[in-house]
Design a binder for this molecule. Structure first.
Ligand SMILES: NC(=O)c1ccc[n+]([C@@H]2O[C@H](COP(=O)([O-])OP(=O)(O)OC[C@H]3O[C@@H](n4cnc5c(N)ncnc54)[C@H](OP(=O)(O)O)[C@@H]3O)[C@@H](O)[C@H]2O)c1
Length: 240
């Protein structure tokens, strides 16, 4: 059984995402956090590119040759599970990011990997006390349902905030795994083609819309933002 997934984002009116291009006030970012906190989520998840902002650069270790190969089995850090704990989860299939500690934004970090991740990277994560789970033989072919099922089973995550960027949101919604959207539409027209947008399905150009939405609520909030909530419907049904 998967967690309930809410995609919480702050797009421009034309659906683009790179807030650093917009010169918006700190208050707008605070609204993003405040509205996220109105949900009772146990975790938040972002893609590798979004997580670069929180990481300490790229991992530059070398893949060990010879020696003992660590098994490609999930590893839960000893101090990762406490009652009421919230988690930060990073889709980093090829083990690119370096971390100073086992926390991201104050929450214990969980790395989602492919089994073809460099050997030394697992040693690095264990040394830092960072939990990791595998979701496919190859990093390029992660099974997102497996990711969600493991997060529920191994970490007790029942409600998850999906927090971008566009590629990550795109693959989740395309696979029918998003239940709800929570969008803070920001009063900016970005205008740059090719910039990350709310849902980018990278590998294929979908022939038709990938999801239909049912409006739940509309609210005007600070700094002229509009907070829209939608239920996601896939072929007329809710996410499975
Ligand atoms: N306005 C907002 O609310 C908001 C919120 C979040 C992010 N952002 C912005 O969004 C931008 C980044 O968005 P983005 O679309 O370029 O990147 P992204 O979604 O943050 O990260 C994409 C990367 O994550 C990994 N990944 C994602 N889905 C995967 C899957 N299904 N299977 C395997 N790997 C997967 C891949 O990593 P590898 O390349 O390592 O394989 C992929 O290249 C940043 O500028 C960020 O600031 C804005």
């Amino acid at each position: 059984m998967k967690p309930y997934v809410i995609c919480h984002m702050m797009p421009s009116v034309d659906g683009r995402l790179r807030t650093e291009r917009w010169n918006v006030s700190e208050r707008a970012h605070q609204e993003y956090e405040r509205t996220a906190n109105t949900y009772d989520a146990d975790a938040w998840l972002s893609g590798r590119k979004t997580m670069e902002e929180f990481a300490s650069g790229h991992w530059k270790g070398r893949s060990r040759r010879g020696g003992k190969r660590l098994p490609r089995t999930d590893w839960v850090a000893p101090d990762a599970q406490r009652p009421g704990q919230s988690f930060g989860i990073c889709l980093d299939p090829n083990g690119k990011l370096a971390w100073k500690s086992n926390k991201v934004g104050g929450d214990p970090l969980i790395q989602v990997l492919g089994e073809d991740v460099p050997e030394g990277y697992l040693t690095f994560l264990r040394g830092k006390g960072i939990s990791y789970i595998f979701a496919g033989k190859k990093g390029a072919e992660l099974n997102l349902r497996t990711v969600l099922d493991k997060l529920r089973r191994k970490f007790g995550i029942k409600q998850l905030m999906l927090e971008g960027g566009g590629e990550t949101n795109g693959t989740f919604i395309h696979q029918g795994l998003v239940d709800e959207l929570s969008l803070l539409v920001t009063p900016v027209a970005d205008g740059a083609p090719g910039e990350p947008a709310l849902f980018d399905v990278a590998s294929v150009k979908p022939k038709k819309a990938i999801a239909h939405l049912r409006l739940k609520s509309v609210r005007k909030i600070a700094t002229g933002m509009v907070w829209l909530k939608y239920r996601v419907q896939h072929n007329g049904r809710r996410a499975a």
